[in-house]
Design a protein around this ligand. Structure first.
Ligand SMILES: C[S@@+](CC[C@H](N)C(=O)[O-])C[C@H]1O[C@@H](n2cnc3c(N)ncnc32)[C@H](O)[C@@H]1O
Length: 284
């Protein structure tokens, strides 16, 4: 079959679900991943023919896209801070906002040569700990998650990216001590309230792990409270906490950190202008 015909079928089947440009982009990701073809192949050679087996991959992918499965899960991988991160339904798909949090940490450490002990709480795919370790060799990272299957993905990602990270399975809501002193605690904990479900896309809601996303409406800051308490106890002197936050809860998280007497609290917006991350220093 002509590759061009497959592209037409993708548009016919998917244009009612996704914007046209997104369908183009998904089609190109599919041919790169499953057929090893460059995205500009059709511009160079509109007569490209693919084999029956290749057709089958493309049609299986199409059927998953029709069911609104995220393309990252279909391909089994995504890119985070230009690093390859493998993903499956056990882990949240790393988001661009989280890259901004990672960049904040990297920028703050840019001028330092000291060894940094860092812990990533709720590591999921491991993207934060892995990117920080890879991009700043002074960082010695530990990463924890309650989910065994997420940790399997994260461990594999550490191997794929050739970084050495200590992974620990633990429930942060039941942990009273991190066991060691850290210079940096970083976390992107679950923060979506049940009442925000209406704002979410189907493909997120139906496919990404709810354990990674949701907090109860009546206590949306429960992870932030647990992490703040651990940070008060287990950050080294002058240690810093970096958190990704729910865009609607910036003032609340800031208030919580003030209650714990953190200093130098700084709230930052993401590229979309939403409150998205906060940094604070251990109380003196
Ligand atoms: C929003 S996801 C963040 C994943 C990854 N750090 C990222 O930024 O893409 C939150 C993570 O917290 C983990 N988690 C949820 N409840 C937890 C708990 N009680 N203790 C430890 N980790 C938990 C989830 O399994 C999930 O991997």
């Amino acid at each position: 079959m002509l590759l061009k015909e497959i592209k037409d079928i993708y548009h016919k089947e998917l244009d009612e679900i996704y914007p046209k440009e997104e369908v183009d982009s998904m089609f190109y990701f599919m041919i790169e991943h499953f057929l090893g073809l460059e995205r500009f192949i059709l511009a160079i050679d509109p007569g490209v023919i693919i084999t029956k087996e290749e057709e089958q991959h493309m049609f299986e992918g199409l059927s998953k896209l029709r069911q609104e499965q995220p393309i990252q899960y279909i391909l089994g991988e995504t890119t985070f801070m230009d690093l390859k991160i493998m993903v499956n339904e056990s882990v949240l798909i790393p988001r661009p906002e989280t890259e901004e949090l990672v960049n904040w940490v990297l920028d703050d450490l840019e001028k330092s040569d000291e060894s940094i002990k860092l812990i990533d709480i709720g590591t999921g795919s491991g993207c934060i700990a892995i990117a920080l370790s890879k991009l700043n060799p002074n960082i010695k990272a530990t990463a924890i998650d309650v989910s065994k299957s997420a940790l399997e993905v994260a461990r594999n990602n550490a191997l794929v990216n050739d970084v050495n990270i200590k992974f620990v399975q633990a429930d942060i809501l039941k942990t009273t001590s991190l066991g060691e002193r850290y210079n940096i605690i970083v976390s992107n904990p679950p923060y979506v309230r049940g009442k925000e479900i209406g704002n979410m896309r189907n493909n997120v809601l139906q496919n990404e792990p709810h354990l990674a996303l949701f907090v109860p409406d009546e206590d949306p800051l429960l992870f932030y409270r647990a992490i703040a308490q651990l940070a008060v106890d287990d950050l080294a002197q002058n240690g810093v906490l970096y958190l990704e936050i729910n865009q609607y809860l910036g003032a609340d998280v800031k208030g919580l950190l003030k209650e714990f007497n953190f200093s130098d609290i700084e709230l930052r917006k993401d590229i979309f202008g939403n409150d998205r991350m906060i940094k604070a220093r251990k109380p003196a």
